[in-house]
Design a protein around this ligand. Sequence first.
Ligand SMILES: Cc1cc2nc3c(=O)[nH]c(=O)nc-3n(C[C@H](O)[C@H](O)[C@H](O)COP(=O)(O)OP(=O)(O)OC[C@H]3O[C@@H](n4cnc5c(N)ncnc54)[C@H](O)[C@@H]3O)c2cc1C
Length: 590
Amino acid sequence: MTWSRRNFLWSSSGMTAAMAAANVVYPVLTQAAEPPRKWHRTADVVVIGSGATGLPAAIVARETGTSVILVEAEKDIGGHAITSGGNVPLGGGTSAQKKYGIEDSPDLLFRDLTDWSVVEPSGFPDYRYNDREIVRAFADNSAQTFEWLVAHGVVFVDKEPDEFGGRSVGNSVPREMHAAVMNWPMVQTGKPTDPGVQAVMSSGNGLMRPLEAAAKKASVQIMLEHKMTSIYRQNPTSGRVLGISVDNKGNKLNIRARKAVIIATGGSTGNVNFRRMFDPRLTEEYCGLSGMPWSDQDASGELSAIGIGASLWGLYNQTGEFGASLTKPGTVGCQYNYVNLQWMPGSPVFDRARASGLRVGNWQDLILVNMLGKRFYDETGPEFSSNNYNSIKPYKQDSYLNAKNMKYNPINFINSALAGIGDGHNGGGPIWAIFDADAVAREKWNTKPPNVDIDAGFFFSADNIVDLAKKIVMKYQRIPMPPHNLEQTVARYNSFVDSGVDEDFGKPKPLYKLTKPPFYAAWATPVIHDTRAGLRINAKCQVMDMNGRVIAGLYCGGESAGGFSQHGLARATCQGYIAGKNAAMENPAI
Ligand SMILES: Cc1cc2nc3c(=O)[nH]c(=O)nc-3n(C[C@H](O)[C@H](O)[C@H](O)COP(=O)(O)OP(=O)(O)OC[C@H]3O[C@@H](n4cnc5c(N)ncnc54)[C@H](O)[C@@H]3O)c2cc1C
């Protein structure tokens, strides 16, 4: 069939600013496509996406003897997983846990991740709304997935499991292991790391490059720059799934899946309209998604599946304020400013990232202001938190005391940044870091490109505060910053440094005045990080419809799957493992 306006509805206002900024265009499927007359390629299992879910799924399926095609929208494999920290909280009794005498079991892991009594200081419960069936499957397959990764070339740092880096990974025992980067070139820099740290530094490069090698060795057919645009079912919203269509630089191909299609597309936070179903505040200005511009999370997997009848699941997990779902930036002055990901000029995607940003060593060195030039919170304040091992003391599974003893102490930096300026808009608008030449010296920053993104309007400088405010003109600054506001804000803050007390936001002893020109305004808007809700799946990772029935031949895992509030790599790799195994066991359709 040919694409027509009937099939796609563009976002009501045309291409949004964030889409334009990210240079991506995503069609919104409004109705299912008729199965094609012609299939250009065929495999038993077709996997969409080559990240933490897709590569394990493809390899596992292929190693059972089934043929596998894996399609990937980008020029290279890896998804957000390859940009990640490589901290992998798989537990339930792994060889690494046993080596260090840590007693864990699938039951302990399951009970940890479904413990109603675990709450954060904000009152948000990490695990209360997890789907038991999905978490049980994770708990039962978690240790196997870890051993499987090791058997497929992933080297973990040789040290005791800990709780560093994961989010919402259970409170009973440490489970976190770290993929060693080894000598794989980092996507962040284009170069391998120093040989001295290769075995001890954790990185997603060390997780995904070995899996890529394993997939190639197993003869998985990897089709890069092939973006899935729709999923075909026998009838538009009934019958089994038959295959997918992909777009390759404007050419359309239909790929038949004799057994199953696995959606491993990595979530939805890059799609402004989709993410706003969960949180209306997340408008276009939140354009610094972590993991981008290596790969997007444009909800194409979710939308295509919804188009053929799939249901979403566990939506509270996306709305709730957990861990790193929304984060404070780690760098300022560039669009992609996630705290654990800095793009350097050697990176293969640096042309899209445009700047590395200025890494903030000390939040005392600057003030943060909103679109109107007003401070809104203690700049040193952190983001949301999650519950991991050691974060509730004493912890006793399922004890009402866990929730009762938690001291209410919400971390409100993000909420305050997103609160806005009272002009009736949902999004909070840009947040700007304001600092002076002394701060630049203290931080040892070089304020020239490619460290900062001047051309796209993410960094400004001027010789005085009034001119600085006037210069802040860019697509997300929907209201010009009143110069006198910024002047008053800086003067008031300087008076707090004199008195040693931040009377407005309680910043612990403000240390440095802003007095020495030039003055700077650098993009410091919060970053969207995580998708924790997506398609409804069952224990086998089969996608379910709105009537709770399995959609035959359709699987999903990772950030595009719902029902499991946990950040990252553990659930993605484990669900890829589960989906690959079960998809390969399907009876061929034809
Ligand atoms: C900077 C950063 C650090 C992180 N650190 C950690 C960590 O230390 N520990 C942890 O547990 N988690 C971490 N995470 C989270 C973790 O990386 C993700 O949760 C995980 O990669 C999700 O796996 P996934 O398979 O769902 O998606 P991804 O790994 O993102 O893979 C999805 C793939 O699908 C492709 N795709 C999407 N749509 C299509 C389409 N229509 N057609 C074809 N291909 C498509 C994408 O291009 C991408 O390659 C981090 C994330 C980031 C961004």
